[in-house]
Design a protein around this ligand. Structure first.
Ligand code: GLU
Ligand code: ZN
Length: 493
């Protein structure tokens, strides 16, 4: 195929925050388009009005943009084959025209069966262990001749009653479907909206989609779609059904396994680049070993033939590892930029002071090897950006120390700190070790107390480097405050 004409699409239904599985499928379609110099199109499938959620389309577009996935045509930017939202296309009569063509050629028919009849039918089928499905009751009635008000409800597609529908799927090879097992499905609903099947086929044709890359769960729809293409006289696109994503327990990835939407992962401090890299490996691989890919490499190396048939396992531990890797490999300025953006999008309630670039430049090197997500940064460096350190004075008292010995040590530290010049990590360490020795306490005990006094945190970046960043004045001030806290605490005891 001439690569100029390659067109893939992502056709989400706007039913809520997009699931990572759907986004992974979009990423595959996008990579395929970019790898082939083709076009990537977004089409919103909102014909199921009851399931459509306000704002969902924006969430989908935002999730893709955040990952760095771009599109050539779509609801927000238009294009030659618009509109790109099915409810708008419906208003233009695009689907009813197709329905008319099918009715006129006797390949579709009105069905006026009541819900009661259909319910009863389903029950009898279940009782006699037959597959549930429409029995073709209205197929032979010449209902098209009935007066308009009696032409109730829905239009069904007249599936061929025998034979086999054969499709070649790029990932799965030739697939055969027994036509007799597929019922006459609805193509136009009573609310005037087309069903997914009809709208999907009509639009993929109208939008000149050459390759449909979608999730495995749509395989059962495939014979329906192929027969619709044939009935409408359209050439079907090339299909590739990508594997489903499962949780490690091999059940469908859902809320009970943790985050499932891109937005949730974003809020937990995952990086777009790590997330994109990780998603690409859910069903695709270049070889047995390469795990880290730049976007450029992904576009260059991606091929649909290397997408696996078997389900992909979503391993949170691997994602965490990968995110940590990206954080460690980031250039300092890029990591700082990402942190700032992250805190703007998801503000940290314990920060009273806006993190300045200069403070971040000093502290980020101390934490970048210790965090796996951006979320883990704030609790480590909170002391630099909060006005007051709030901690329980008990925390100052280390193992095998008591109130008195702690107070004594803190009072001894003050003049030592004051004398350290220049106030840098090496000098601080040397002086504090000497002091511990002099006080006959373990260095760990002294440092533990100081860590609480200076940061209010049990976990912080390395102590001496942290004190250097805090600066001498502020360190002295915090230690004096710790002494006060301990004093008033002692009063109560
Ligand atoms: N609207 C369908 C979905 O939500 C599209 C399926 C397809 O790509 O054909 O996934
Ligand atoms: Zn009927």
């Amino acid at each position: 195929m001439n690569s100029i004409n390659m067109r893939t699409r992502f056709a989400p239904s706007p039913t809520g925050e997009p699931h990572v599985g759907n986004i992974r499928t979009a990423v595959f379609a996008w990579l395929f388009a970019r790898n082939n110099n083709g076009s990537f199109i977004i089409r919103v499938e909102d014909t199921d009005q009851a399931r459509s959620v306000e704002g969902a389309t924006d969430s989908i577009l935002q999730s893709l943009s955040w990952l760095g996935v771009d599109w050539d045509e779509g609801p927000d930017k238009g294009g030659e084959y618009g509109p790109y939202i099915q409810s708008e296309r419906q208003k233009q009569g695009i689907y009813s025209k197709a329905v008319e063509t099918l009715i006129d050629s006797n390949q579709a028919y009105y069905c006026s069966c009541s819900t009661e009849r259909l319910d009863k039918l389903r029950k009898t089928q279940i009782k006699s262990s037959k597959p549930p499905g429409y029995d073709g009751h209205c197929r032979t009635k010449n209902i098209n001749q009935l007066p308009a008000e009696l032409k109730s409800q829905v239009v069904r597609f007249a599936m061929p009653k025998s034979g086999v529908t054969e499709v070649s799927d790029t990932i799965r090879g030739t697939i055969k479907f027994e036509n007799a097992l597929i019922d006459d499905f609805v193509i136009l609903k009573s609310d005037g909206f087309p069903t997914y099947h009809l709208a999907n086929v009509v639009d993929d044709h109208a939008m000149k989609i050459s390759h449909v890359i979608r999730a495995e769960e749509w395989l059962p729809s495939l014979p329906r779609h192929i027969n619709l293409y044939n009935a409408l006289g359209f050439d079907p696109p090339i299909f590739a059904h990508v594997p489903i994503i499962l949780a490690p327990d091999r059940t469908k990835l859902s809320k009970r396994h943790g985050a499932t939407s891109i937005k949730e992962f974003r809020s937990k401090g995952y990086l777009a680049s790590a997330m994109l890299n990780f998603l690409c490996l859910l069903g695709w691989s270049l070889d047995d070993k390469t795990e880290i890919f730049t976007v450029k490499e992904l576009i260059e190396f991606f091929s649909i033939e290397r997408v696996s048939k078997s389900s992909a396992i979503f391993d949170n531990k691997k994602l965490e590892w990968m995110n940590g890797h990206y954080i460690r490999e980031f250039e300092q300025s890029k990591l700082i930029g990402n942190l700032k953006k992250y805190w703007t999008d998801f503000p940290v309630s314990t920060f009273d002071i806006e993190p300045t670039t200069s403070k971040l430049e000093a502290v980020v090197p101390l934490i970048k090897d210790r965090i796996k997500t951006l979320e883990e940064a704030a609790p480590m460096i909170n002391f630099l950006f909060s006005e007051t350190l709030s901690y329980d004075p008990e925390m100052l008292i280390q193992k095998k120390m008591d109130y008195k010995s702690t107070l004594y040590a803190l009072n001894e530290v003050l003049p030592v700190i004051n004398e350290i010049n220049p106030f840098n990590a090496n000098n601080i360490e040397d002086n504090l070790r000497l002091l511990a020795d002099k006080l006959s306490i373990k260095p760990g005990q002294l440092f533990g107390t100081l860590r609480i006094a200076a940061t209010g945190q049990r976990v912080s970046p390395p102590l001496f480097e942290s004190l250097e960043i805090i600066g001498k004045d502020k360190t002295v001030e915090s230690i004096s405050l710790a002494v006060q806290k301990l004093n008033s605490h002692g009063d109560i005891n």
